[in-house]
Design a protein around this ligand. Structure first.
Ligand code: DC
Length: 433
């Protein structure tokens, strides 16, 4: 699955470029502007002032809007009728721009857009795809061009379709829409921090498609981590006799923090092998100095932490991993405890602090082995619990008291995963810590 977000102002050629790219890659092209245009069209047809937020919002329940893809082509049905080209007139453009500034309209269309991307590889164009709709898109591009170049393209397009317009009108409307779209309070048309900026003022259509494909190819390279994971994870799972349960609780993307009990140094490797998504670990900085191992864990994206003090940098990096949609694993016990029942240990507040700063959900993890030790060739059961929603952690203002409460909750949920099944695990030999 790949999700490509293309945002940018009108007339930059997003839709025709995205259509060509979709064809080249064999994925679906989603034109989200058409959704706003359809709502704009409904308002025009029903004489509702598109600048009247209340009137527009209250009429959202009066029609049905469905999106269909037939042979990869998007069709929008307004009250079961294909809107076709009726949404492409200058009046519908302005109406779309107006209704798109209304929060209720954006909320109304949010799930429609996300649902399409949930089950399909897509290239989706719009204004807020990279920032709001698909913040974890694998590739984000902000496609733009000078207002003159964009107005000229839109003018040529309209004339070719037989519309009776002048360049000046198109230019003025474009500038007005640009202003509307980029200065509105909600979901303004702005480049996402992690989007690639592509100005195609001096590129023709083929040149733009080639540039977009190049960005996609470069951005969508499998990370070293996932390449290594593909080869190593099955081997580790087999030889370490890992049995993972609760994998269905893990979101395939978006920020999430795994909090696990800590038995031995191999815990991170076993968790990583059990999972099917990239995960970042924090390791004591001394590990990064060991030849080969240090190089490897650095390449795998581990974060070094200075255990001697309060390592602000490591916490900041961890928060950033989560804020950019990554997954982080942390051991709240702060220490390895081979042979010790984790319920007899005291967790530290680091995970709660990171959760507070990144507002992420938490997946509790319990590594079950006989007597809380690793045994040579013994079975290891890794249980992934239900996500603990951030909102349930009681982290409102931060501070040690709140962190303490959140830590107890997180640790309680980790311990709760240690079911009686543990007794059935057999060991095949001595300790191997
Ligand atoms: O891309 P377009 O010209 O068809 O978009 C029509 C209007 O809809 C445009 O003025 C801005 C708005 N829009 C939006 O606000 N968010 C999107 N994701 C797509 C379009």
């Amino acid at each position: 699955m790949i999700r490509i977000a293309i945002d940018g102002p009108g007339g930059a050629g997003k839709s025709s470029v995205a259509k060509a790219v979709a064809k080249e890659l064999g994925i679906i092209y989603v034109d989200t502007g058409a959704l706003y245009r359809t709502i704009g069209l409904y308002m025009l047809n029903n004489n509702i002032d598109t600048k009247d937020a209340e009137a527009v919002s209250s009429s959202l329940s009066k029609f049905t809007l469905d999106v269909k893809f037939v042979d990869g082509k998007q069709t929008i049905l307004l009250d079961n009728e294909d809107v076709g080209e009726r949404i492409r007139t200058p009046e519908a453009s302005m109406a779309a721009s107006n209704v798109s500034a209304i929060k209720e309209v954006r909320d109304y269309l949010l799930d429609t857009q996300r649902n399409i991307a949930r089950s399909n590889s897509v290239i989706m164009d719009g204004r807020d795809i990279g920032t709001v709709i698909l913040p974890y898109a694998e590739v984000k591009i902000f496609l733009t061009a000078s207002p003159e170049a964009r107005a000229k393209r839109r003018y040529d397009e309209l004339v070719a379709k037989g519309h009776d317009v002048t360049y000046e009108t198109v230019y003025n409307e474009m500038v007005e829409r640009d202003k509307n779209d980029s200065t509105r309070d909600i979901a303004p048309c702005v480049k996402a921090d992690d989007a690639v900026l592509l100005d195609n003022s001096n590129l023709d259509f083929d040149g733009t498609v080639a540039a977009v494909l190049k960005i996609i190819k470069k951005k969508n390279k499998k990370t070293f981590y996932m390449k290594a994971h593909k080869i190593l994870a099955p081997i580790i799972r087999f030889f370490q006799r890992i049995h993972a349960s609760g994998l269905e609780n893990i979101p395939s993307d978006g920020p999430v923090m795994f909090c696990s009990n800590h038995i031995a140094a191999r815990d991170p490797i076993l968790i990583a092998a059990a999972l099917n998504r990239q995960i970042t670990f924090i390791g004591k900085k001394e590990l990064f100095k060991i030849p080969i191992l240090g190089w490897l864990i650095k390449k795998l994206g581990a974060i070094p932490i200075d255990r001697a003090g309060n390592d602000v940098g490591a916490i900041k990096t961890s928060v950033n991993v989560l804020k950019t949609g990554g997954a982080l694993a942390i051991f709240p016990q702060g220490h390895r405890y081979p042979g010790v029942d984790p319920s007899e240990t005291t967790p530290k507040n680091g995970a709660a602090l990171i959760a507070y700063r990144s507002k992420c959900d938490i997946i509790p993890v319990f590594i079950k082995t006989k007597n809380h030790k690793y045994h040579f060739l013994g079975k290891k059961e890794i249980v992934f619990g239900q996500p603990i929603p951030y909102a349930s952690l009681g982290l409102n203002e931060g501070g040690s008291k709140e962190y303490q409460t959140a830590t107890s909750k997180i640790f309680g949920e980790i311990l709760a995963l240690a079911s009686p099944k543990e007794a059935s695990l057999t060991d095949n030999g001595g300790d191997a810590n």
